[in-house]
Design a protein around this ligand. Sequence first.
Ligand SMILES: *Cc1c(COP(=O)(O)O)cnc(C)c1O
Length: 344
Amino acid sequence: MEVEYHSKLMFPHGYPDLPIRMTKFADFTMIRDDLLPFGFGTKWRKVFGIICDAKKKGTKRILLWGAIHGNYLASFTSILRISGFFVETIAYTKNPNLKTYNERLVRNHSHRFQCYANRSLALEAFNVRSQSFDGISLPEFGVHPGQILGLSRFWEDLEEEILLDLGERNKTNSSQTTKAILQMEIGSGVSYLSAYDHFHVSSICVQAVMVGESKTTWLDKTSELQTKLGLKQIPICEGNLIEIAGNDPSIPETTYGLNENSKRQRKQTIRFGKQNPFLENWIVEYYQKNQVLLEPIYSAKSVHHILTKEKRSNEVDPKLPLYYLHQGGQIQHLDLVHSRQKPS
Ligand SMILES: *Cc1c(COP(=O)(O)O)cnc(C)c1O
């Protein structure tokens, strides 16, 4: 009850404005979705259409599931709760004692909440619960055609902003040639597929950074994912996918002195974006220099890649202006740059 009341005070129009902001750096321009409320980032644009869809259908209840410490569950449970829905959540975590920003948001914005020790137990519980659930059951990462409404509006406006930003360069070239590159990561791939759907006929080339899986495993699923989202069946060109996940040689994995087994475990951990001391230190340096907080799962990997590899390689045309979309999720990692206050 209190949550809905406060949301009216925070967002008098029912939903926050989602402006497009850009910050220019020497090597690229950052699109600042990280500045949207609570660091939920692009997830604000993704939930919007799901809410419209639910309201049209008169649905009041939403069931969702996922990792308790992730930006997906934190943002979706919070946004759905403050939008007046009854939120039922099935979460999982390997460490039930770990308290984080996202975990607090998930627990506090769920009317009903269950937590399991791993992904497969949570999935099983979700499958059972969805059968009798009277409302919308969102699959993993909220993959739902409703996500496309807010995203496609965003790509339309972003295209205009980018062309405006290119200014002179835009006027001199014909509309056929590539004028700029837009980069983002692939988590589920919903952002990228909807961007590809919009931009594949434009002068902006969209590239994706693979952070959690390989090109080949993801490419196998794109057609099915396009169908689930109600997008056109457009083949994805492999040349637009950039692989850096867990094997970026310029990010040392500090395995010196570890035996082979611990090295393997350590590699596994780094793959999922946790506790890579090099990357964490780099995030701190980047923040001190640029006042932009990156997070270790998505944005830090991409931006590090842009600033090291991208400059040397010639992926499409090294002289093309590069736009990178920071999709948020950084607040969970604020402790990297703000040390704990000491009790006085
Ligand atoms: C969800 C998310 C992504 C990935 O988006 P997908 O559409 O699932 O590929 C990237 N960055 C952040 C911060 C996210 O929260």
